[in-house]
Design a protein around this ligand. Sequence first.
Ligand code: TA6
Length: 292
Amino acid sequence: MSPVTERTPVHLPSGVSLEQVNGTEALVIDTPAARAVLHLDGAHLTSWTPAGEQEVLWLSELSEYGDGAAIRGGIPLVGPWFGPGRSGDKPVKHGWIRNHPWELTEASFDGKDVVLELALVDADPSGGGLRADARFRIGAELSVDLTLTAGAQEVEVEAALHTYLAVADVRELRIHGLQGADYLDNTQGLAEDRQEDTALELTGPTDRIYSVNSEVRIEDVAGGRSIVSCPRGTAKTVVWNPWPELAAGMADMPDDAWTSFVCVEPAVAKESAQVLRSGGALTIGVTYRVER
Ligand code: TA6
């Protein structure tokens, strides 16, 4: 973790530039291995396209930007609680770290991958001093790591990488790696259920918190490719798609856009939440690759 000092200008290596994207500051990555866009607001990656591939992250064309808005798409960083929090009464859904501008603390390019580190300090509305750090390794593969570090106060934390994956048709997916796993069904009041011993195929509104912390392969049958999600430091895998009935109520998503994405989210959530003592940290991460 790099210290945050008063507005230390970070040198941007070749292949990285600071630009205005959708009206807000973003780091634009353009290297032989990949193109990507990382907004400083929320340390939010909204695009990753490995060379020779199509866009891997879905982004809503109706997303809001700036002024604390949560960008709809890409990889929202979620914490220090998930959804409405374990008590169900948190004022902001999915925590506050995605609603603040982060500061770039490190940037490098080794000729293959760009590595970017960002930090969010002095933003904890509870006064507890929780800090967040994120690290992105962007190239032919994409790695994202999120660290939450407790300040002076002990705190219970949840965290997630709420990744929106671009797919040709969500109704034609086979999601491997969840077979036989227990899950909480958030479309049924968090009822306990178990995945059959087959790949998951989505057939309706889906919002499940699987007790899975290992590799998941999203086979995009119509798109002719698979996206492989290799998590670390997690306990759960959340799978979400609103289907048309819920998508229609979301102002920042076109009504017909629900077919074009699936969220597969490495997470520490619900009963796997962790209590961090002062100075204690939780790190979760994921690496993505595309297979044809
Ligand atoms: O991770 C799934 C979920 O918690 C769903 O319940 C759904 O609401 C989704 O996230 C989107 O949340 P957001 O706050 O970004 O609208």
